[in-house]
Design a binder for this molecule. Structure first.
Ligand code: SF4
Ligand code: SF4
Length: 156
């Protein structure tokens, strides 16, 4: 089923980095495809890795400039930016997180796919509380889940 039919993005809908780039280290993945008038991601990146010509363009990311710092994640009101690192034995995914409770480092949480379905277990590696309440949570999952998991469910 396509994104237009069910609202769920598939990998084919996205402009993804090459396998070679993914092996080099963390990079932002921008899952924003709707040409909405929005651009805080462009200004948020200290490395000028995100660009767009006009405000209704889809943001473009230069994967050679992106170092995967995650600064752009809380700047995105659409919660559409993730940082993925599949260069190691386990995948690390940093997600925007606005729910409560906020997980803590070391917590075991449920990992959800783009449909919101539980697809695996995840371990919380890092939590960054941000002033605008769009916190960022980094989780560790099995490598094959790196491009599948995009949210978490915290069960306390
Ligand atoms: S992760 Fe960091 S370097 Fe990459 S696009 Fe976002 S702000 Fe820029
Ligand atoms: S800030 Fe987020 S929603 Fe806005 S253009 Fe950038 S990626 Fe899309």
């Amino acid at each position: 089923m396509s994104y237009e039919e069910d609202g769920v993005l598939e990998l084919e809908d996205l402009n993804l980095p090459s396998e070679e780039r993914l092996k080099k280290g963390p990079t932002a993945i921008i899952e924003c495809i709707e040409n909405i008038p929005c651009n805080p991601c462009v200004d948020a990146c200290p490395f000028n890795a995100i660009s767009m010509e006009k405000i209704t363009d889809i943001p473009e990311i230069d994967y050679e400039k992106c170092i995967g710092c995650g600064t752009c994640i809380p700047a995105c009101p659409g919660l559409a930016i993730f940082v993925v690192d599949i260069s190691r034995e386990k995948a690390m995914i940093t997600i925007p997180y606005e729910f409560l409770p906020i997980p803590e480092i070391g917590d075991k949480v449920k990992a959800l796919d783009r449909k919101g379905e539980i697809v695996s277990e995840a371990k919380v590696i890092r939590v960054k509380k941000n002033e605008n309440k769009t916190n960022t949570v980094t989780i560790e999952v099995n490598k094959e889940m790196g491009m599948i998991v995009r949210n978490i469910k915290v069960v306390k």
